[in-house]
Design a protein around this ligand. Structure first.
Ligand code: SF4
Ligand code: SF4
Length: 94
Protein backbone atom coordinates (compact mmCIF):
# COMPACT_ATOMS: atom_id res chain seq x y z
CA UNK A 1 0.00 0.00 0.00
CA UNK A 2 1.27 3.49 -0.78
CA UNK A 3 1.69 5.95 2.07
CA UNK A 4 -1.58 7.58 1.01
CA UNK A 5 -4.25 4.91 0.39
CA UNK A 6 -6.61 7.57 -0.99
CA UNK A 7 -4.11 8.73 -3.60
CA UNK A 8 -5.83 7.18 -6.64
CA UNK A 9 -9.39 7.18 -5.34
CA UNK A 10 -12.20 9.61 -6.01
CA UNK A 11 -14.28 9.54 -2.84
CA UNK A 12 -16.30 11.92 -0.69
CA UNK A 13 -14.60 13.63 2.22
CA UNK A 14 -14.93 11.45 5.29
CA UNK A 15 -15.63 8.22 3.41
CA UNK A 16 -13.67 5.15 4.44
CA UNK A 17 -12.54 3.35 1.29
CA UNK A 18 -10.10 0.84 2.73
CA UNK A 19 -9.48 -0.77 6.11
CA UNK A 20 -6.49 0.16 8.28
CA UNK A 21 -6.34 3.73 7.02
CA UNK A 22 -6.95 5.63 10.25
CA UNK A 23 -3.35 6.84 10.37
CA UNK A 24 -3.93 9.03 7.31
CA UNK A 25 -7.06 10.58 8.81
CA UNK A 26 -5.58 13.33 10.95
CA UNK A 27 -8.81 14.47 12.58
CA UNK A 28 -7.05 17.04 14.73
CA UNK A 29 -7.24 19.68 11.98
CA UNK A 30 -10.91 20.45 12.62
CA UNK A 31 -10.92 20.23 16.42
CA UNK A 32 -12.67 23.09 18.29
CA UNK A 33 -11.83 21.92 21.81
CA UNK A 34 -8.74 20.13 23.00
CA UNK A 35 -8.38 17.95 26.09
CA UNK A 36 -5.80 18.97 28.66
CA UNK A 37 -4.81 16.41 31.27
CA UNK A 38 -3.99 17.50 34.82
CA UNK A 39 -1.05 15.22 35.58
CA UNK A 40 -1.58 15.63 39.32
CA UNK A 41 -5.16 14.34 39.07
CA UNK A 42 -4.45 11.50 36.62
CA UNK A 43 -4.34 8.08 38.28
CA UNK A 44 -3.31 6.24 35.12
CA UNK A 45 -6.48 4.17 34.86
CA UNK A 46 -6.56 4.25 31.04
CA UNK A 47 -10.28 5.02 30.72
CA UNK A 48 -9.49 7.86 28.30
CA UNK A 49 -7.57 5.42 26.11
CA UNK A 50 -10.35 2.85 26.29
CA UNK A 51 -13.12 5.23 25.28
CA UNK A 52 -11.33 7.50 22.80
CA UNK A 53 -12.81 6.77 19.34
CA UNK A 54 -9.58 7.84 17.61
CA UNK A 55 -7.08 6.19 19.93
CA UNK A 56 -5.60 9.62 20.55
CA UNK A 57 -5.28 9.19 24.33
CA UNK A 58 -2.15 7.21 25.01
CA UNK A 59 -0.01 6.11 27.91
CA UNK A 60 3.17 8.15 27.71
CA UNK A 61 4.89 7.07 30.89
CA UNK A 62 4.41 4.32 33.48
CA UNK A 63 1.28 6.01 34.78
CA UNK A 64 0.68 9.22 32.88
CA UNK A 65 -1.47 9.66 29.82
CA UNK A 66 -1.18 12.17 27.01
CA UNK A 67 -3.16 13.18 23.94
CA UNK A 68 -1.93 12.90 20.35
CA UNK A 69 -3.41 16.11 18.98
CA UNK A 70 -2.88 15.02 15.35
CA UNK A 71 -5.70 12.52 15.85
CA UNK A 72 -7.79 14.05 18.65
CA UNK A 73 -11.01 15.52 17.22
CA UNK A 74 -12.03 17.15 20.48
CA UNK A 75 -15.18 15.14 21.11
CA UNK A 76 -14.76 15.27 24.89
CA UNK A 77 -15.57 11.61 25.55
CA UNK A 78 -12.31 11.19 27.46
CA UNK A 79 -13.22 14.08 29.76
CA UNK A 80 -16.67 12.60 30.36
CA UNK A 81 -15.26 9.17 31.21
CA UNK A 82 -12.29 10.23 33.33
CA UNK A 83 -13.09 9.10 36.90
CA UNK A 84 -11.04 11.84 38.54
CA UNK A 85 -12.07 14.74 36.27
CA UNK A 86 -8.42 15.10 35.29
CA UNK A 87 -9.29 16.15 31.73
CA UNK A 88 -10.50 19.63 30.92
CA UNK A 89 -11.76 20.59 27.46
CA UNK A 90 -10.28 23.94 26.41
CA UNK A 91 -11.41 25.98 23.39
CA UNK A 92 -8.73 25.99 20.70
CA UNK A 93 -8.97 29.76 20.28
CA UNK A 94 -8.57 30.56 23.98
S1 SF4 B 1 -9.15 8.63 32.35
FE1 SF4 B 1 -8.35 10.35 33.57
S2 SF4 B 1 -7.36 9.40 35.35
FE2 SF4 B 1 -7.65 7.79 33.81
S3 SF4 B 1 -5.71 7.75 32.63
FE3 SF4 B 1 -7.11 9.14 31.54
S4 SF4 B 1 -6.64 11.19 32.35
FE4 SF4 B 1 -5.77 9.70 33.78
S1 SF4 C 1 -11.39 14.56 22.96
FE1 SF4 C 1 -12.22 12.71 21.93
S2 SF4 C 1 -10.77 12.29 20.26
FE2 SF4 C 1 -9.72 13.68 21.70
S3 SF4 C 1 -8.59 12.33 23.10
FE3 SF4 C 1 -10.59 12.78 24.05
S4 SF4 C 1 -11.91 11.06 23.42
FE4 SF4 C 1 -10.12 11.07 22.04
Amino acid sequence: MSSDPYENLSISTGAVAQPNTSLVNKTGSWRQFRPVIDADACIGCGQCDTYCPDQAAKQVDDQLYGIDLDYCKGCGICAEECPTDAIEMIREDS
